[in-house]
Design a protein around this ligand. Structure first.
Ligand code: UD1
Ligand code: MG
Length: 427
């Protein structure tokens, strides 16, 4: 089993935020969370070290609460990427195996790529493999220096590069696989004689070559996978990349998505074929959507939603933590939260499950049986149960459980006053 080291001590000044950079989110998951889950998704790593520095306590707390196979290591002060990795030396003194190094601010890296990268490292009997990729505009990245024979000789940072080196389009993706025992000594030999006065992790490439180690580069085809987040603009762009990847996956699986550009689907959402997603739909969190459902336009699923087959969630309908069984419709202007809804139920326009009591701050459940019909503009005040087949008249407020096949109605009686208008107008 290998170990990973995830660098996350940097400040992230350009985010202009009080939140540490790696705790910013895409679809509610943190940037560092994506990286840890990509590593875990390979099934190859048993332990992840996250190097923390700026606002270390917040990142430490987050990691502890969310990832049991990750631990944080403090780097203070932050003297560069090479210095950051050296923080794990005391923990991996006797470790004999591969260490994969990644950055906490590149959330789009996939488990499949990491797996292929480690396989490449092993197949080439490499001691040190760096991931590279090609950018038409390589500004700000470290450039890969190759010898005449194509062999990787080193990495030169933008700030240290000559004009000629700046023209190189193959860049350092910032992901490395090391034979730990062989490369470990490098970390006590790094120097700071560079433009930034830092301990550069990238110097291990040249060091490895000097030691006669087998040094290689794995070229990543899809350079969007190493897209780094330095600003809110980058965060928006990364969300788009990730969404496009998710939408494409569903399209390939047979889901109809009318307008990929205005449809947002979290990576954790599962959707069965022949479901249609209409434009301007926003789906976040963990959801399971069955076959032949119709979602949107302008629908919002907020996570914990299970839709069985042939469910319709129409415009301006928000659903959260709810299981809705087959052939049930909520077509317009509705909020469904903390609910279990049977099949063949009709939820009229403007229906609200009032699940939250702001005084006690408690949330409660609404349970609706099969074949129930809820009239328009009704409020179901949870906790409440509407048994099979019951009907709720339009504009009703339901505050107690309804038995099967009953009608409940709280509407004031209708008064019709004949000629009222004409009298007012003296006609
Ligand atoms: C680094 C690489 C560059 C590569 C690029 C890819 C070096 C010297 N350069 O440059 O070749 O093309 O990544 O994105 O490694 N960090 C720490 N502690 C530190 C400094 C940095 O944990 O003391 C973390 C940062 O939080 C960040 C990562 O390391 O997550 C990379 O640091 P950053 O300053 O962004 O390096 P780049 O200049 O992007
Ligand atoms: Mg960077």
């Amino acid at each position: 089993m290998l170990k990973s080291v995830i660098l996350a001590a940097g400040k992230g000044t350009r985010m202009k935020s009080e939140t540490p950079k790696v705790l910013h989110t895409i679809f509610d998951k943190t940037l560092v969370g994506y990286v840890i889950e990509a590593v875990n998704g390979t099934g190859l790593a048993d332990e992840n070290f996250v190097i923390v520095g700026h606002q270390a306590e917040r990142v430490e707390e987050y990691i502890k609460e969310n990832y049991s196979n990750a631990r944080t290591v403090l780097q203070s002060p932050q003297l560069g990427t090479g210095h950051a990795v050296s923080m794990v030396l005391p923990y991996l003194n006797d470790f004999d195996g591969e260490v994969v190094i990644l950055c906490g601010d590149t959330p789009l890296i996939t488990a499949d790529t990491l797996k292929e990268f480690v396989e490449y490292h092993k197949a080439n009997k490499s001691d040190l493999t760096v991931m590279s990729t090609i950018f038409e505009n390589p500004t700000n990245y470290g450039r890969i220096i190759r010898g005449d024979n194509g062999k990787v000789e080193g990495i030169v940072e933008e700030k240290d590069a000559t004009l000629e080196q700046k023209g190189i389009k193959e860049v350092n993706a910032g992901i490395y696989c090391l034979d730990w025992k062989k490369v470990k000594p490098a970390f006590s030999q790094l120097k700071t004689n560079n433009a930034q006065g830092e301990y550069y992790l990238t110097d291990i490439i040249k060091w490895g070559n000097e030691q006669g180690l087998n040094v290689n580069a794995y070229i990543l085809k899809d350079n969007s996978e190493i897209y780094g987040i330095n600003s809110k603009a980058n965060l928006a762009e990364a969300t788009k990349f990730l969404n496009r990847r998710t939408v494409n996956k569903h399209l390939a699986n047979g889901v109809t998505i009318i307008d990929p550009d205005s449809t947002w689907i979290s990576p954790e959402t599962e959707i069965e074929p022949d479901t249609i997603i209409y434009p301007s739909t926003y789906i976040e969190g963990n959801n399971k959507i069955g076959k032949n459902c119709k979602i949107g336009p302008f629908a919002h699923l907020r996570g914990g939603v299970i839709l069985d087959d042939e469910v319709k969630i129409g415009n301006f309908v928000e659903v959260k933590k709810a299981h809705i069984k087959s052939n049930t419709n909520a077509c317009h202007l509705t909020y469904i939260g903390d609910a279990e809804i049977g099949s063949h139920v009709n939820i009229g326009a403007g229906t609200i499950t009032a699940n939250y009591n702001p005084l006690t701050k408690e949330k409660s459940k609404t349970i609706i049986g099969n074949n129930v019909k809820i009239g328009s503009n009704s409020v179901l005040v949870a906790p409440v149960k509407v048994e099979e087949g019951a009907n709720v008249g339009a504009l009703s407020v339901i505050t107690k459980d309804l038995p099967s096949w009953a009608l409940a109605i709280t509407r004031a009686p209708l008064r019709v006053i004949e000629n009222w208008v004409s009298k007012k107008l003296n006609k």
